[in-house]
Design a protein around this ligand. Structure first.
Ligand code: OKP
Ligand code: ZN
Length: 348
């Protein structure tokens, strides 16, 4: 298993997020990835490499050019408004909802923050663009590594910030560039006729779903906390099956808060059965470990040892596989949980 680590991830370090009515320290911290790297040093599952730089055209396979331009220049704009802003993060606070116009781009910075986002939990910082771009580079390098006949069988992209909530032209849910979608599209572009994305993060992968919703060539499957009570609320329900040519190629498996590994694994087995019937040539796993019983913002009850079984079950699909890293906020347990998945996948 090849591992691509984001050398610039720590440059994305948000100060505060809006959470349950107050500004609190960000849950999505650089220490998360440091714990994964430390556990990989203790229990190596493969060589850890830096990714090659990413090409803009590859990002444009998934994201809108004007959105990429906004992300790349947002920090400069924010500081140009007021030099004192350099000591703060930029957080959105106004959004164009039902009945507003979506076809104009205001010049006002706060308005454009709202145009390109959907929550107030995702601060944009001085290093956000550099970190997100290098994270995407990891996902793309992992996709390249498993593509073609001489490729390795599996690769992990240690992406931070995460990606599965980011859409064509919006950030949110701690995500800016959709690493899993970029990997899936890169696998398609490298010749895979069909690609499946299986999202096992606690939260529905709304960004990934929306990117592929009208397409029959990428099956998106997500197992997650029921959005009637869990973030992101407004997408991820069981009746969302795809549209047009993509009808039947999206599957949501929402489970109630409190679900333990037994029922969760039954959903996983069903998801893997659907993946098998789709007969893809490659698999992308959006790997969040916020399904862990100790997670501070999530409400499933997986134990650390359960992640070995998750890894073994994913390996049973017997496909070239790319892992991207998504959530997991019990930081001290995060390294163990992620490496348990990868060891289980590798049959150890
Ligand atoms: C990201 B990932 C809204 C904040 C709500 C967002 C949770 C994002 C989870 N003001 N919390 O899927 O692990
Ligand atoms: Zn999550």
């Amino acid at each position: 298993m090849l591992i691509f680590a984001n050398p610039h991830h720590a440059q994305h370090e948000g100060r505060q997020e809006m959470f349950r009515g107050r500004l609190v320290p960000c849950h999505e911290t650089p220490s998360r990835l440091e714990h994964v790297m430390a556990e990989l040093a203790r229990r190596p599952v493969g060589p850890v490499q830096d990714p090659p730089p990413v090409e803009r055209a590859v990002l444009e396979r998934v994201h809108a050019p004007r959105y990429l331009d906004f992300l790349r220049t947002a920090w400069e704009e924010w500081v140009a408004l007021d030099p004192a802003n350099a000591a703060l993060d930029a957080l959105p606070s106004t959004w164009p909802v039902r009945g507003f116009r979506h076809d104009i781009e205001p010049s006002n910075f706060a308005a454009r923050m709202g145009l390109y986002s959907y929550d107030a939990g995702t601060p944009l910082t001085a290093g956000t663009w550099v970190a997100a771009e290098a994270g995407a580079a990891c996902a793309l390098a992992a996709a390249q590594a498993v593509s073609g006949s001489r490729g390795t069988r599996s690769a992990t992209a240690l992406t931070r910030p995460p990606g599965h909530h980011a859409g064509f032209d919006f950030f949110g849910g701690y995500c800016f560039l959709n690493n899993a979608a970029l990997a899936a599209q890169a696998l398609r572009d490298a010749g895979a006729g069909r690609v499946a994305v299986l999202d096992v993060d606690y939260h529905h992968g709304n960004g990934t779903q929306s990117l592929f919703y009208g397409r029959p060539d990428v099956l998106t499957v997500s197992i997650h906390g029921d959005p009637r009570t869990e973030y992101p609320f407004f997408l991820g329900h069981a009746d969302e099956r795809g549209k047009g040519e993509g009808l039947g190629f999206n599957l949501n498996l929402p489970l109630p808060a409190g679900t333990g590994f037994g029922e969760w694994r039954a959903a996983l087995q069903f998801a893997l059965q659907q993946v098998r019937e789709f007969a893809p040539e490659a698999l992308v796993v959006a790997l969040g470990v916020d399904t862990y019983e100790g997670d501070p913002i999530s409400r499933f009850r997986l134990a650390s040892d359960d992640y070995f079984q998750l890894g073994r079950d994913l390996a049973s699909a017997n496909l070239p596989t790319v892992f991207t890293l998504e959530g997991g906020y019990a930081v001290a347990a995060m390294g163990v949980n992620v490496v348990n998945v990868l060891e289980g996948f590798e049959g150890r």
